[in-house]
Design a protein around this ligand. Structure first.
Ligand code: AMP
Ligand code: FE
Ligand code: FE
Ligand code: ZN
Length: 285
């Protein structure tokens, strides 16, 4: 089983990177990708934990924004695999987003505190050391006993249409694609039609990005409907893009288990062919 999108506590997952690797192996995963938001901080610990018979693809999920194809712009997540983590463009993007993420949860925390919810953004940032996001704020609300789950925090406090939401300034998606390619990596559009999170892009936007080096589409994702998967699969075939499937595991921060969605072996081979920025780690080798 191949699962190409998992988060650790290097970003907004709940498990240590090494535990993500161990849990994936225990779940029967033979190739996993660690794809924390805007950081490669978990790569080393994950690589050291890969057991024999398991392969680790190191990656990240880049916070981007894209034209929606209707004249507006929307947030979009871009998975990058096997890029050089020391490439200056990668480092600059990740550093900018770390600061921007902190700015934005400070604004959200100010609004929450004004309503009596004692959320401390500096404490969150210091405790986690991660590029902070709404799931960390949701965890803080859970720890305060204000909600019973991070999911409930999203529904009640953190959602895009709620009073506490503050957007972060993301990187233009074409720039992020160029960064990943320049660093020898492979860019894949993450959950393009996760409609429950807000407005999503039109197909034309994927067509345009395919012309700029996009390598694949995450078709099988827990947030995609069967009809959308069919359409995305067809689009990938038309454009010659790789089709991936992944759980987007976040530990206890989300309810989806590892390997809830998977990628076909031939799609993985096509995807990683040509990546030059980092190696796949083979356990026991
Ligand atoms: P942010 O990047 O800080 O705006 O937060 C987005 C993150 O929240 C993504 O990593 C999602 O995986 C996560 N997320 C989005 N919706 C939910 C939800 N309903 N429950 C838990 N996590 C969510
Ligand atoms: Fe996340
Ligand atoms: Fe995502
Ligand atoms: Zn993700």
């Amino acid at each position: 089983m191949i699962d190409l999108h998992l988060h650790s506590n290097a970003s907004d997952g709940s498990d240590d990177p090494a535990d993500v690797v161990r849990l994936a192996a225990a779940a029967g995963v033979t190739t996993l990708a660690l794809t924390d938001h805007d950081t490669t901080a978990g790569w080393e610990a994950a690589a050291a934990a890969v057991p024999s018979g398991v392969r680790l693809v190191r990656g990240a999920e880049f916070s981007t924004e894209a034209p929606d194809g209707r004249g507006g712009r929307v947030p979009a997540h871009l998975l990058g695999y096997l890029f050089d983590p020391a490439h200056p463009a990668v480092l600059a993007d990740q550093e900018r987003l770390r600061g921007e993420r902190l700015r934005r949860i400070r604004v959200m925390a100010d609004r929450l505190r004004a309503d009596g919810y004692d959320v401390d953004p500096e404490g969150i940032a210091a405790r986690t050391g991660a590029p902070v996001g709404r799931p960390h704020v949701g965890q803080a609300l859970l720890d305060l006993g204000v909600v019973d789950s991070v999911g409930e925090a999203f529904r009640t406090f953190l959602g895009k249409d709620g009073p506490y939401y503050e957007p972060k300034v993301d990187t233009p998606v074409d720039e992020a694609v160029a960064t990943i390619l320049a660093a020898g990596g492979v860019p894949v559009w993450a959950h393009p039609w996760a409609r429950t999170r807000g407005e999503v892009i039109e197909e034309s936007v994927i067509v345009e990005l395919a012309g700029r080096g996009l390598a694949g589409i995450e078709v099988d994702h827990p947030d995609h409907t069967p009809a959308d998967r069919d359409r995305l699969r067809g689009l990938a075939r038309e454009l010659g893009l790789v089709v991936t499937g992944s759980s987007d595991y976040h530990g206890t921060r989300k309810e989806i288990p590892i390997a809830a969605e998977t990628t076909a072996p031939d799609e993985l081979d096509a995807l990683l062919h040509g990546a030059t920025g980092a190696e796949v780690i083979t356990g026991g080798a």
